[in-house]
Design a protein around this ligand. Sequence first.
Ligand code: ADP
Length: 369
Amino acid sequence: MNLGWKFFISHLFVGAVALLVLAFSTAFVAPETFSMRMRGGAMMRNPEQHNMMMAGLDQEIERDFRESVRSALWQAGIAAMFTAALVSWLVSSRIVKPIRQVAEASHHIAEGHYEQRLQAPSDDELGELVESFNCMAQKLAATESMRQRLIGDVSHELKTPLASIKGYMEGLQDGIIPATPETFQLIYCEAERLQRLVHDLQELSRAEAGALALDLHPRNLREIVATVIARLRPQFVDKGVALTLQGAEEALWVRVDRDRIEQVITNLLGNALQYTPSGGSVTVTVSRTEASVRLAVQDTGIGLASEDLTRVFQRFYRVDKSRSRTAGGGSGVGLTIARHIVEAHEGRLWAESAGLGQGSTFILELPLS
Ligand code: ADP
């Protein structure tokens, strides 16, 4: 039962009690007063007295009647007031108590105690309020822990190149490290990594805030894939990894932001190249399902353990951190951003692998335009 009904019934109840008392008083108390008066008059046997009395009787009847009604109303009023006070106390305590609890809990949360939760008092609007409050508290707690983790991750990521640059500079100052072009190149690489990281962080924050501005147009996915492949082919040739495009020949129309989808495909192909040793192969397959267009990037590289299939989409997650670093790997946010971009297009991105050393497949699915 909702609150509107509860209020209505409680007030109706107050009115009904008042009316009941009024009805009871006028039905029993007033006539009794009258009959007492009349009985008193009949006992007087003197006719003169009787006539005199009759003259004043009208006035007396009226006065008595008013008196009776007034006293009845007084009784009704007092009873109604007590009932109203009792009912409103009951109702307001039912409403005010949970509201006060919500107010107190909000203060707690404002002070940083995100674990605060409340028990829903009933299944009406108050219950809904408390449930929304709990939901908000839960989301705030998740955001806060994400924020803390992000600060930890970012400082960890910044620490390594900074420590390395500082180490080189100290070595150069002390004359331990020779001031050769190679040394400067190493320092330059570390500075570049910092720059890449800052760029990735900007992208990530935009993606996570859902602030990716998408310029959506109907595009042929097959054509986009072919463009990216043509651009990256020289790197595949350099490393000795075969790259093939197969699947549907016809145009596959999707409504996308071309640059963003190119960014996703570049990331998938870049990873496939990075984690596939020379002599391996990468196959890109485009196909059409009933309502979507699918792009699969399959490699014969190092593969992924089943527990890493979802983790690789978490920010800063790298399966083998040291290998990624030494192999010039990114900061581990590429796939996180890619998934955000795909989800902003109402599509899906996921990974499949038969296990370590068995290659992996990254599948991108976009709704058919
Ligand atoms: P990174 O910039 O480190 O490549 P990504 O978010 O693109 O970051 O990838 C996260 C991690 O997922 C990588 O560090 C790597 O461990 C793993 N990974 C991504 N693609 C592949 C792949 N094709 N084969 C094996 N592992 C992969």
